[in-house]
Design a protein around this ligand. Sequence first.
Ligand code: 5GP
Ligand code: MG
Length: 176
Amino acid sequence: MIKDIDHILIARGAISDRVRSLGEEITKDLKDVGEHEIALVAVMTGSLIFVADLMRHLPMKIQIQLMTSSSYIGKSTKSNNDPMLGKLPDVKGMHVLLVDDILDSGRTLTKIRSELEALQPKSIQSCVLLRKKLDSAMNVPCEYAGFDIEDEFVVGYGLDYDGYYRNLPDIAVICP
Ligand code: 5GP
Ligand code: MG
């Protein structure tokens, strides 16, 4: 057991039900898109578990590509101004489903979407597991959001604090 967990915000059962329904919704929306044309781009490392679960609810032929983004410097719970992006995936001519863990200030998704736009994909849609109830997050285009949560720092199910807690099966709030 991990002592620093204050409380569980979203339990594993609720996460798994919602991930399944997101997958079904996305599958329905993409049913007319041809084979070889869908690229799921997952933003590492936070979306690690989410994307692994979500992709198994997407039965069509899709390519999985990973890219990295980091917004935190050391032990901080405030994302920094300009997220650092790793190598961009090859999405020219593809319908892109961009998958990230959480939408907070919106800077990460905004920056990635604009950099991917420049690579001439056919379309881009975004999917996040969590979205904070902040104007900054709500005003960023995002077609699929799993849960809208209050503005508090969460860990687990892939999300970390200083590299820890990603392995927790539930989404939790750590002790202040
Ligand atoms: P944004 O650029 O929207 O401010 O933040 C996006 C990134 O910051 C997310 O992809 C995630 O990695 C990180 N982040 C934002 N809020 C949280 C949070 O509550 N917990 C954790 N662990 N990471 C967060
Ligand atoms: Mg992230």
